[in-house]
Design a protein around this ligand. Structure first.
Ligand code: XMP
Length: 515
């Protein structure tokens, strides 16, 4: 795939951080791709990388069956950087030894530089790094020297500058390793002499080629939700194969204000894509009638979505591939320990398992990327900023924010509340620093006085959180004046609501969504 740009490959030994390494290299302007640890030296030679990085991994080199690279990679004349497990396996294969000391080392450590090698060029004499290892190198292979250590780890950084082999016991790719990016830069740009001319524009061209190759003369189906990931995936695939992409967009009646029109306008009219639109609002509302239990509601919405989606799909002719906007963080959890990343259909997209009669291959053009890289890609592809920077929105939509029974009337009320909340946050310039902002309508009424009139109307809550990955979240300290404007506009402009609360629960103990 990488024909015109320098490439650095990451041999994946099953580390949690493999993609992060690739991403850090891409940040240096050099294309980087992950390959399984057992990729043969011959295949690697054909890829012609400027450098090879061995990732870390959960195994111990002393464990039977623990992953090993093809030993011939050391004869390719290509520089190698081993990180953590990668350092250990390299040391072992080149004649050093590795032990499992009683004291394991996790967390922050400080390295002391013992000799200025190429990898540590321009790094201060003492530098903070992030350690996470059980095994340690106990004797380095012939031809290597130690260039840095820590009190617990005598061989923290080693190198053989003649053969251009380097190893670090810590993780330079994580932010806690203060000079980590400089070390990666020393390796990629200094030692490997890779040219820094890669960017997202190149990624598009390369992916377009790759998608064309993968799809051949087949047809791709993509479920469009209006969210960032599926939108970016759809536009990218459309660029590659045009009308051989067909998108299915299900309106479950629980979308945000004007969402359906916006999706149809943007993808149908502006991007001129083949769009199969299923307006299933009535069916969803009927199925949800009388239901108040959160799990029951979720299951009902999920099942009906799957049925609706596949019914639409069956109208689209011969489909060979199902596109998914799976991102790298989505597949981390389903990674096999030694075999490189494996992915399954993104379950929270609610597409569920494929029905028996539909034998499609998966197409996941974003699976190497992190969320912010996907946003950048979206911008590069010409998607509007309001879509590219969007907060996450759950598959069951406002259905899980309309607490209690879901009715058209309550959904319309919630849509209005939500629109005002988001508009005010955007106007205040706060949207970007918030992970997610959401409004919920409670099944509670309260007494109010509006004008001269006594009212008895519904209560809504506003919630905004900051988070890295939605696993944990902190409530957002919303400025009082923004809260005040939201509350005042909501009570004035939304007919059914006379009271506004602000949710100050973090996660845990609360979840981000209320149901
Ligand atoms: P919770 O509420 O579990 O949510 O703290 C964590 C993140 O996941 C989103 N979420 C969903 N996303 N389908 C989705 O695509 C779903 O069914 C779903 N439920 C929760 C939620 O909005 C938050 O970002």
């Amino acid at each position: 795939m990488n024909t015109s740009h320098d490439l650095v490959i990451v041999l994946d030994f099953g580390a949690q951080y493999s993609q992060l390494i690739a991403r850090r290299v891409r940040e240096l302007g050099v294309y980087s791709q992950i390959v399984p640890f057992n990729t043969s030296a011959e295949e690697i030679r054909k890829m012609a990388p400027k450098g090879i990085i061995f990732s870390g991994g959960p195994a111990s080199v002393s464990q039977e069956g623990s992953p090993r690279p093809d030993k011939e990679v050391f004869s390719l004349g290509i520089p190698v950087l081993g990180i953590c497990y990668g350092l250990q396996v390299m040391s072992l294969l080149l004649g050093g030894s590795v032990t499992c000391p009683e004291k394991k080392e996790y967390g922050i450590a400080n390295i002391s530089i013992r000799g200025k090698g190429e990898l540590l060029k321009d790094i201060p004499d003492h530098s903070q790094v992030w350690m996470s290892h059980g095994d340690s190198v106990s004797a380095i292979p012939e031809g290597f020297v130690t260039t840095a250590d820590t009190p617990n780890c005598p061989y923290t950084v080693i190198e053989n500058s003649e053969r251009k082999f380097y190893g670090v016991q810590f993780h330079p790719e994580v932010v806690h390793s203060v000079d980590g990016q400089k070390m990666l830069s020393n390796f990629v740009l200094g030692i490997c002499k890779a040219t820094a001319d890669w960017n997202m524009g190149n990624f598009i061209n390369e992916q377009v080629e790759r998608i064309r190759e993968e799809v051949g003369d087949g047809q791709v189906l993509c479920g469009l939700s209006g969210g960032v990931d599926s939108s970016v995936a759809a536009v990218l695939i459309h660029r590659a194969i045009g009308d051989r992409l067909v998108c299915v967009f299900v309106n479950n009646g629980m979308l945000r204000k004007h969402e359906a029109e916006n999706v149809l306008e943007l993808f149908g009219k502006h991007f001129n894509m083949r769009l199969q639109y299923a307006d299933a609002e009535e069916a969803f509302l009927t199925a949800l009638k009388g239901k108040t239990d959160p799990e029951d509601k979720r299951k009902t919405i999920g099942k009906l979505f799957v049925d609706t989606f596949y019914n639409e799909a069956r109208k689209c002719g011969d489909i060979t591939h199902l596109a998914q906007g799976t991102l790298y963080p989505d597949i981390v959890e389903s990674k096999s320990p030694f075999g490189g990343p494996t992915s399954t259909i993104k379950s929270h997209h609610n597409v569920g398992g494929l029905p028996e009669d539909l034998k499609w291959k998966l197409l996941e053009p974003l699976k190497e990327l992190f969320k912010d890289e996907v946003r950048e890609l979206g911008r590069e592809l010409g998607l509007p900023e309001e879509l590219v920077d969007r907060h996450p929105f759950p598959g069951p939509g406002l259905g899980v924010r309309c607490i209690g029974e879901v009715t058209k009337e309550r959904l319309d009320t919630l849509r209005d509340v939500d629109a005002i909340f988001i508009e005010e946050i955007r106007k205040a310039g706060l949207y970007g620093e918030i992970w997610q902002a959401l409004a919920d309508l409670l099944p509670v009424k309260s007494v109010g006085v509006q004008g001269d009139e006594r009212t008895y109307r519904e209560v809504c809550t506003l919630r905004a959180v900051t988070s890295q990955d939605a696993m944990t979240a902190d409530w957002y300290r919303m400025p009082y004046d923004v809260m005040q404007r939201c509350a005042s506009r909501i009570c004035n402009e939304v007919k059914g609501v006379n009271r506004v609360l602000y949710d100050i629960t973090s996660k845990p103990p609360g979840t981000i969504e209320w149901e």
